[in-house]
Design a protein around this ligand. Structure first.
Ligand code: KG4
Ligand code: ZN
Length: 338
């Protein structure tokens, strides 16, 4: 029988405070406290985020332990997000995890947030199918847009990434132009489902497997300004079709690059991760490719797409069983590559 290892995981890279308890690769609890305060400012305010993490972290960890029905003394190791992310936010989770690990005399395991978005696919969830190595991962979030070749749990190579805005920023900044609340990505997704992509936006020309989204944002801004001059109600009257058009061009950009990556590497397993992978249009486009092009597509469960601590826990578990961690590493790193 496999020995049971209990792991507490903490995620605090941006504006969600998360704690999860895992027993080996199974999730016993996965708790998240969001921070509504940022909605007032139309984006994440780093200083407010770290203050909210400070308030949330103790109750969130407490609830995670209670939901998992285990005592803090049963924890074998503590994993936390080392980076990348907002420095103040990372420091709150990191300092908390380090102090608790010292008090409990258990190992402290630093985890890369982007690796966690990718390895979330290995959480054991009622016998779900998992990708086989090597596979390609498309990580799309509010802070990152990358195509990664994954050769093993700890061997990943970035093949392409954004040269400016992340795809989540493209959604959120466009949503802001349309007067939608932050974060606007889910709202654009919702409106797009009731509209038609009738406005033709153009794809940027970017070399290789890299992406660029800042030009698209400017293109959309000029388009809206021009239309508003003709009809001040243009956005209100056409929000569904505008959302569908914005979403379509973003999907086209992503699909072009992932298709190119599949062609160039000969790897046809594609896993998506990160908050934007919750987008229904992106999920459908990938499933269509799966049917038409003989790809194998892996889409995580909704609760493991946006930032969560369970994904930090699964990386922590792999590192724990391979004893591949160094507790003397610097606590938090705002910039960290996979
Ligand atoms: O991974 P995540 O929770 O946090 C970061 O690490 O950034 O991703 C958050 C991003 C936000 O930009 C949000 O607008 C976007 O994910 N997002 C979506 C959807 N759900 C979340 N974007 C488009 N469609 C969605 N359904
Ligand atoms: Zn993330």
């Amino acid at each position: 029988m496999t020995k049971k290892h209990y792991l507490l995981a903490i995620e605090s890279s941006c504006d969600d405070t998360g704690a999860a308890v895992l027993c080996n690769d199974r999730v016993l609890s996965n708790v998240i406290a969001g921070q509504e305060i940022h909605g007032l400012y139309g984006g994440v305010v780093p200083e407010l985020a770290s203050r909210a993490h400070q308030q949330n972290i103790v109750p969130v960890v407490d609830i995670a332990l209670k939901k998992a029905n285990i005592s803090i003394n049963d924890i074998d190791a503590i994993a936390y997000t080392q980076g990348p992310g907002l420095m103040g936010s990372l420091l709150v989770g990191g300092a908390f995890a380090k102090s608790l690990a010292m008090a409990l005399h258990v190992p402290l395991i630093p985890v890369n947030h982007m690796q966690a978005h990718i390895l979330a696919h290995f959480i054991d969830d009622a016998g779900n199918e998992k990708p086989e190595f090597p596979f390609l991962a498309l990580t799309i979030s509010g802070g990152h847009t990358q195509i990664v070749r994954v050769d093993n749990y700890d061997n990943m190579t970035v093949l392409g990434e954004t040269t400016d805005d992340a795809v989540g920023e493209a959604f959120d900044k466009t949503a802001k132009l349309l007067g939608l609340a932050y974060p606007g990505g889910p709202l654009i997704d919702k409106y797009a489902q009731q509209g038609e992509p009738i406005y033709p936006f153009t794809k940027p020309k970017v070399d290789g497997l890299n992406f660029s989204f800042s030009g698209l944002k400017t293109q959309i801004m000029y388009f809206i300004q021009k239309e508003l001059q003709k009809n001040p109600e243009f956005v209100n009257e056409n929000i569904h079709n505008i959302s569908a058009s914005v979403q379509k061009i973003i999907i086209d950009i992503l699909m072009d690059k992932i298709e190119k990556a599949v062609r160039e590497t000969g790897i046809n397993q594609v896993a998506i991760g990160g908050g934007v992978s919750a987008n229904s249009g992106i999920r459908n486009a990938l499933l269509q490719q799966e049917k038409q092009k003989n790809w194998k597509v892996f889409i995580p469960k909704f609760e493991y797409t946006t930032d969560n601590a369970a994904m930090i826990g699964i990386v922590g578990y792999f590192k724990y069983i391979h004893q591949s961690f160094d507790t003397h590493q610097p606590l938090s790193k705002a910039r960290l590559s996979v």
